[in-house]
Write a new protein. Structure first.
Length: 243
């Protein structure tokens, strides 16, 4: 495990995850297995991330099948948004959605790295408009009692960013900055693999960020790819290698 990572970076120590990550690294692993391995690792890292980032709260009473009364439990905060970074982040959405006890909004951010500078360029953003100017409707965060995750277009209390790779950290920082500007209270970022420098860079972007990752590699190459890494995860997931 990498040493000297910031306190807000959490690296999984699960033996099964480490074995699955090793399988995912192999160039002989086909698209279908890449998809299932990313899903499995996202579930395992997500499980740890949500255990560390959520709390429980009482939510009224209900009755068991034997007619005994019990106190219902739900999670806090209830205003949560899931934010995949297009396109490979989409592969992690089902895993994180399945862990949460109720549906949450999924807001997509499209970011790609410019090949020469390796700097992120945003090409898509569907975060709800929430300006408080006179030209925009006011936004409230009043939950719908029938769906605690439903709220008017406005910032979530917690945004969960999902992206398999944190390489240089530039894309992660851009996403964090966008969500911070949107007005979220906290961010949890869940990734499969990160580089040491990329994780440090992303973790230092804002004090409201916690990063959970399946593994760490020491460095990136001149193309901004992690060594030994996983290759281009998007191409491996969607069978577009050699495009």
């Amino acid at each position: 495990m990498a040493s000297g990572l910031p306190a807000n970076v959490h690296v999984s120590r699960h033996p099964c995850l480490k074995a699955k990550l090793s399988q995912l690294r192999s160039q002989s692993t086909g698209t279908r297995d890449v998809q299932s391995l990313v899903h499995d690792i996202a579930s395992m890292v997500g499980y740890e991330a949500l255990a560390g980032g959520l709390e429980t709260k009482e939510d009224g009473t209900d009755k068991s099948p034997l007619d005994y009364e019990y106190t219902r439990t739900t999670i806090a905060p209830s205003l949560i948004s899931l934010v995949p970074i297009l396109r490979s982040g989409l592969s992690m959405v089902p895993a994180l959605s399945a862990l949460l006890p109720f549906p949450v909004p999924v807001h997509h951010l499209g970011l790609y790295r410019e090949k020469t500078t390796l700097q992120p360029v945003e090409y898509y953003n569907n975060l709800p408009y929430h300006s408080q100017s006179s030209t925009a409707p006011s936004a409230t965060n009043t939950p719908n009692p029938l769906n605690p995750s439903h709220h008017a277009p406005g910032p979530a209390e917690l945004a969960i960013i999902v992206d398999p790779i944190i390489a240089t950290g530039a894309t992660a920082c851009a996403a964090i900055e966008t969500l911070r500007d949107w007005g979220v209270d906290r961010i949890i970022m869940v990734s499969v693999l990160g580089s040491e420098a990329g994780l440090k860079r992303a973790a230092g972007e804002w004090e409201g960020v916690e990063i959970w990752v399946g593994g760490v590699d020491p460095e990136v190459d001149a193309r901004g790819m992690i060594k030994p890494g996983l290759g281009d995860v998007g191409d491996r997931l969607y069978l577009t290698i050699g495009k």
